[in-house]
Write a protein of this length. Structure first.
Length: 263
């Protein structure tokens, strides 16, 4: 490409990026910086959808920040061009219904998606479960009936071709079911990422995440800051989050990710 034409092309890219900064952030966030190197890439991106859930009003072990965390994430993703569904303090029926409806719409639109959950989650038999606020768990065997399996989220988001799924869990905060602390393993189990998905956990497998003393958890506070900065790939965003959370918690919380992205 002649130098003058190349210079003009780059200038055009800069103008488009400046005019559509929020969408540009999402482009590099979901499909990598190389996919955003052309001026028309922003306009031709797939639909972007997000389901954001914050559960705090638990009876046995209430939390302070998940609803505020979810609201902060919803604002950040909304500014970045996502069609966001925000759900606060979801019961089991509401959470299951929202996940299934979200998955159906995402499949119909072949959309790139983000699913974010802040609240309590537990593992049993190497499976991870998100806890609704109306959870009534009296024995470890109750978990699979009273909570929502993470696998349901992953299965619901299948069938979208090359569309990307980003699953973010700011969970495992303190003891979700204090009465069963001796029966349930701490934290979440390590899981495999289905094709074209990126799983991000607030803390390492088997560890507990901090709820935070401020208005947001250390993990969500770092994530909201990181995704607002243009020019970083998905992996770079979460690497920065990892650094910030380690610094904020004195090394006591180490975020963990698993990727199977092919695009």
């Amino acid at each position: 490409m002649p130098s003058k034409l190349r210079s003009g092309f780059r200038s055009g890219v800069r103008r488009v990026a400046d005019a559509t900064a929020a969408a540009f952030v999402v482009c590099v966030w979901l499909v990598g910086s190389a996919a955003c190197s052309h001026a028309d890439s922003v306009a031709t991106m797939r639909t972007r959808m997000a389901l954001v859930v914050g559960n705090a009003a638990y009876t046995a072990s209430p939390l302070n920040n998940p609803v505020r965390d979810a609201e902060a994430m919803a604002r950040a993703l909304g500014h970045a061009g996502f069609d966001v569904r925000l759900v606060r303090n979801a019961t089991r029926v509401r959470l299951k219904t929202e996940i299934e409806a979200f998955g159906a719409e995402a499949r119909a639109k072949a959309a790139d998606v983000v699913f974010y959950f802040a609240g309590h989650a537990v593992q049993t038999a190497q499976e991870n479960f998100l806890l609704p606020v109306d959870t009534d768990i009296r024995a470890a065997t109750d978990v699979q009936f009273a909570a929502i399996e993470l696998g349901l989220v992953l299965r619901t988001l299948r069938g979208r071709g090359e569309a990307v799924s980003v699953i973010i869990l700011d969970a495992c905060r303190a003891e979700a079911v204090p009465a069963l602390a001796a029966q349930l393993k701490p934290g979440l189990a390590a899981v495999s990422a289905p094709i074209n998905s990126y799983l991000a956990f607030a803390t390492a497998p088997g560890r507990v995440a901090f709820d935070g003393r401020g208005t947001n958890s250390p993990y969500t506070a770092a994530l909201v800051r990181a995704i607002a900065k243009p020019g970083a790939t998905l992996e770079q965003v979460f690497r920065q989050v990892r650094r910030d959370v380690v610094a904020a918690t004195g090394g006591r919380q180490l975020p963990w990710e698993r990727s199977s992205l092919t695009v």
